[in-house]
Ligand binder design. Structure first.
Ligand SMILES: Nc1ncnc2c1ncn2[C@@H]1O[C@H](COP(=O)(O)OP(=O)(O)O)[C@@H](O)[C@H]1O
Ligand SMILES: [Mg+2]
Length: 241
């Protein structure tokens, strides 16, 4: 469970990127975070994960406050950032083992998970190459695999489908469904409204730092028009707000 309460972020004393938002994301749910470019999605995800400080408000992950109890809070989640260009000098396998070490995954589980994930994401052939040599899509996959290798209770992903080939995008979406069914929490930002429509239990629409809507798609359609697509409603919600 992720709890965000009255959180605000102002950059350089000027740009109010996130303006007093509150969201509660329950166990077993996939929640899509949608909004136009510059709406405040990445800023919010960086505050949830403790990369950025909040200016006001509180964020807890399974009850652990990201500011007051950062180690315990960070043990709860795995994060896929929007830019996968990390640890470029490591080989794929070294990166996965590093992640497994940090999160104290025992050797038997890690071996099994790495084998399964490599097969699922068709990365077997590349694990002994440096991440530096990987394409964007392969870097994206190795970061996703690094999260899955420690099997976190909460998944936080920033535009995770960007740059993934259709097979890997499908595999990732199936994974998101599976972990949610296991009772885990999935919160991810996306531009791809069809994905949100098919995958999510709830959506949070953010526009200019404000939450314009938070709820199920049925509720959203009831608030607007039952025959409108998520895309049409999204355009309407973000038009003049
Ligand atoms: N490091 C930064 N310094 C100053 N302004 C920033 C910084 N990062 C983001 N912003 C601004 O904050 C707003 C929200 O950005 P961001 O959270 O990246 O949006 P999104 O991920 O929804 O596209 C935008 O106006 C953006 O220009
Ligand atoms: Mg972003």
């Amino acid at each position: 469970m992720i709890n965000i309460q009255n959180v605000t972020k102002v950059y350089n004393g000027k740009v109010k990127a996130v303006d007093n938002i509150s969201l509660s994301i329950e166990d077993g749910q996939i929640v899509g975070f949608i909004g136009p470019n510059g709406a405040g999605k990445t800023t919010t995800l960086k505050m949830i994960t403790g990369i950025l400080n909040t200016d006001t408000g509180n964020i807890t992950l399974n009850g652990f406050d990201i500011r007051k109890d950062p180690i315990m809070a960070k043990k709860q989640f795995g994060f896929v950032p929007d830019n996968p260009d990390i640890f470029l000098r490591l080989k794929g396998l070294e990166y996965l083992n590093l992640m497994a070490d940090i999160y104290e995954v025992d050797s038997e589980s890690r071996r099994q998970r790495i084998t399964d994930l490599a097969k699922l994401f068709e990365m077997d052939h590349a694990l002994n190459d440096k991440i530096l040599s990987y394409s964007h899509g392969m870097r994206q996959k190795i970061v996703v695999m690094g999260v899955l290798v420690h099997d976190p209770k909460i998944w936080i992903l920033d535009e995770p489908l960007t740059g993934l080939d259709p097979q890997s995008a499908f595999a990732l979406k199936e994974m998101m469904r599976k972990v949610a069914q296991e009772g885990k929490t999935v919160f991810f930002s996306t531009h791809v409204l069809e994905v949100a429509e098919k995958l999510c239990h709830k959506v949070a629409i953010i526009n200019k730092g404000h939450i314009a809507f938070f709820g199920t798609l049925e509720e959203l359609k009831k608030d607007y028009h039952p025959n409108m697509s998520l895309e049409e409603i999204f355009l309407e919600v973000t038009k003049n707000a």
